[in-house]
Design a protein around this ligand. Sequence first.
Ligand SMILES: NC(=O)c1ccc[n+]([C@@H]2O[C@H](COP(=O)([O-])OP(=O)(O)OC[C@H]3O[C@@H](n4cnc5c(N)ncnc54)[C@H](OP(=O)(O)O)[C@@H]3O)[C@@H](O)[C@H]2O)c1
Length: 240
Amino acid sequence: MRLKDRIALVTGASRGIGAAIARSYAKEGAHVICVARTVGALEELDDEIKAAGGSATLVPLDLEKTEQIDGLAAPLLERFGRIDILVGNAALLGRMTPLHQYPPELWEKVFKLNVHANQRLLRAVHPLLQASPAGRAIFLTSSASTHVRAYWGAYAASKAALDNMVETYAKEVVTTNIKVNLVDPGATRTKMRAAAYPGEEPETLPAPEDIVEVFIALAEAGCERNGERILARDFCGIAK
Ligand SMILES: NC(=O)c1ccc[n+]([C@@H]2O[C@H](COP(=O)([O-])OP(=O)(O)OC[C@H]3O[C@@H](n4cnc5c(N)ncnc54)[C@H](OP(=O)(O)O)[C@@H]3O)[C@@H](O)[C@H]2O)c1
């Protein structure tokens, strides 16, 4: 019970890495606030968490509607008084295509979720993290942000912007109880990975459950790491 009685908010909790993080946090004793659009998948997650003895609150929300993120803070403050752990996991891959052919609407959509929604979330949740004795924030990045490759378009550029934003936030919170870090999960068996690499055999990749340890460790009140970029595979001892 490494996260006993901690309150965690996880975005993109309906499937993939976010769902695995939510399940693992609940198993470690946290109450998990699960954010995503797909109500049915959130309800299934809730059933699983409850069956395993944990507890969750479901928040069906389209994070691209960034103005709705502002409305999260007041009810969370009233119900919980604080947030101990924030995981900015939800993201959109967009399209693998040359930059000069990238559809402008899709470019903006990817930035809206991968960058703008995370800033809006930080803005809304920062006072709640401050209200925690040990606020921990974790954002999911990708090797695409630093290892520049052709055709990764808005996804790579948006993750680079996210990296900068999170590193900036880490510097701004050094004198507080908040610690914030980036995690690069590496190739993981999810819907997003399958969309990026349709020819790949999914079973050759680590499952989301294989990398949850890094997210638990960074969420613990005793974790002192701040402003770091951590490779989940290295942290979890997964062979490349
Ligand atoms: N899988 C990999 O190999 C890999 C590698 C490097 C980095 N990452 C990063 O890891 C994170 C998780 O990726 P994943 O592979 O688990 O992706 P995924 O399987 O596509 O899951 C994405 C999650 O985000 C949610 N989401 C998407 N759009 C949303 C919106 N507008 N509002 C609210 N929620 C939304 C989805 O739920 P709904 O559709 O229900 O809303 C889903 O729960 C991402 O930040 C990704 O960039 C993944």
